[in-house]
Design a protein around this ligand. Structure first.
Ligand code: DQA
Length: 143
């Protein structure tokens, strides 16, 4: 199984940005956790981060017929991007949405997730463990 993990804007600033909300672990720590979880479960994984909506749309399109699953944290684009929603719908690759924080308990503008409308599952509020959960969702989904 091949998974693509997509991280949106400002997630490269983890460890620095708002630690009270997002914790002290860095983006590098997150990549290591995802790689380790995938390795332990015999999954091939590609992990990317971009601050640009079009780059994320391009990555979703490039996954068409290449990837078996997408794990996506669109970050702020979660709440604004119909383009990312449309791209996920276009490729129709099973997708799981992950958010480090509990977006449903934060500001009203974070309660709407466009990308989530194209995802089989949404995981929020587990910090980086949410990515581990998302990988395990795909592991169990295959059975
Ligand atoms: C986030 C939540 C978003 O509302 C925010 O814009 C982010 C991170 C999260 O992982 O909790 O950048 O997606």
């Amino acid at each position: 199984m091949k998974l693509l993990v997509i991280n949106g804007p400002n997630l490269n600033m983890l460890g620095v940005r708002e630690p009270a909300i997002y914790g002290n672990e860095t983006y590098k720590d997150m990549v290591a956790l995802i790689q380790e979880t995938c390795h332990q479960n015999g999954i091939e994984v590609e992990i990317m981060q971009s601050n640009h909506e079009g780059v994320i749309v391009d990555a979703i399109q490039a996954a068409y017929e290449k990837m078996d699953g997408i794990i996506i944290n669109p970050a702020a684009y979660t709440h604004t991007s119909i383009a990312i929603l449309d791209a996920l719908k276009a490729v129709a690759i099973p997708a799981v949405e992950v958010h480090l924080s509990k977006i449903e308990e934060r500001e009203d503008f974070r309660k709407i997730s466009y990308a989530g409308l194209a995802c089989e599952k949404t995981i929020t509020g587990l910090g980086m463990d949410g990515y581990r959960e998302a990988v395990m969702y795909f592991v169990n989904r295959e059975c």
